[in-house]
Design a protein around this ligand. Sequence first.
Ligand code: ATP
Ligand code: MG
Length: 552
Amino acid sequence: MAFATKEEYKDMAGNFIHDIIDEDLKTGKHTHIITRFPPEPNGYLHIGHAKSLCLNFGTALKYDGTCNLRYDDTNPVKEDIEFVKSIEYDVNWLGFQWDEKLWASDYFDTMYDAAVELIKKDKAFVCELTPDEIREYRGSLTSPGKESPYRNRPVEESLELFEKMRAGDFADGEVCLRAKIDMASPNINMRDPVIYRVVHASHHNTGDKWCIYPMYDFAHPIEDAIEGITHSLCTLEFEDHRPLYDWVLDEVAFWPNPPRQIEFARLNVTTMLMSKRYLKRLVDEGYVSGWDDPRLPTLAGVRRRGYTPEAIRKFCDDIGVSKADSTIDIAQLEQCIREDLQPKVSAVNVVMNPVKVVIENYPEGKIEMCTVENNSKVPELGEREIPFGRELWIDGDDFMEVPARKYFRLYPGNEVRLKGAYFITCNEVVKNEDGSIKELRCTYDPETKSGGNFAGRKVKGTIHFVEASTAVKIDVREYGYLMDENEETGEQEFNEESLVETWGYAEPSVKEVKPGERFQFFRKGYYIADTELTTEDNKVFNSIVDLKSSWK
Ligand code: ATP
Ligand code: MG
């Protein structure tokens, strides 16, 4: 596994967060930078998380700091060990190694102590309003909230009730612990937020030890502080929660040099669905084959699709980190993939919608080998031999019975070069009874063998071919975008044509292909042998990306 290096991240594009870190190092506020990546293990990671991973791990690499993988597992109901495994695999696959692997649930005792501390300071109280009442009392953006009738109960009473909450004396939702801040605050998050609730559920880590669980806004600053995180990087929707983050650390006051929360814009990409909740629905409702379906923006999905970690890291660096929300054109991601693969992969000849070519003046039964380069831009990738014979397949796109304007490929009467072999001319189109093409009768010019000396003979079109007797039939999965705009409603919806299963003929070297190997299908695009479906006898390829970009 090629792990991202310090050298790579020393050159990471600077951003406003690094400006803050530079300042903190200069003033001596910090000498060692500690970041964390804090996923909730309730789904698979996606490209959006990759941005956060590159930022958190990249920043640690850049500053010789450390970065923890911390599971934010404070919600027992939605979490699953399958997700934990996938997260670790994906983080490593993207090229990062955490310094420590930690669980928020390991801090439940400290969180409980912190809550007791708040109650003792009369900064928290046990509230018996129902969840609906709490919502109603909260007020709105334009109207202040109303104080809970339990707000001013004696500290002793709240301490006792909180202990009873912990002991399991209450049902879910019957009581909760709320911070006592300001019901008139213009920031609704500061209107006596709930910080602990009763949930009678087993936790994957702590089992049945707890039946009360801390809320995110209370738990997260404590998790960060316990680990000595210096800069807690999160997405913009938490900006309004920052006053509460700071309030918790101020009031609990267990930590002398508390972490600082800094928000950045989340990543959105056109045609991609970037939310675990929605992705889970696509998986659970069978729209896609699983979390690793090659159409999904999950890291498992794009990996199976053939995207590389290097390309994703480059993409995350290119898009940068800012405070302004935006949506990135998927073409920019595709361009990163293309640029990464272009110098790395070899070509193979594959033809789709194949059309049979018969070279009438070529001896029957004779096969000769032609040498072709693996990658015309990278000679170091060497050459390979492909067979040529009397019967060939060419790509359906490379023949037109009635040529369009400026069509230089094969059509009746025209001569083209077969890449690596000879010039051929199409003399006759033979049809089946139903009118479809049976074969093209052609002749070849023996003087035009590729690499030979036949200066002066020129043709405008070059196409590729697969020799028929040695051709290997392969399955090809062409992927469109996951989401599409409904023309009537303008809404994004699942693209029913996001997967097209088709097939083609490939040169015989494809027989040796192993799952996970990537190729350029010559003149067509980049493809990967599917890691789940490819076998000895049956090769299944996923389209990674086209050769050409539509992105300017
Ligand atoms: P989702 O909304 O998809 O469930 P989440 O934010 O709930 O995502 P977490 O597991 O809490 O998922 O995310 C872990 C980290 O990744 C958080 O710090 C979060 O801010 C960050 N993150 C999640 N989605 C994106 C995104 N689209 N762009 C950048 N960072 C993201
Ligand atoms: Mg979340």
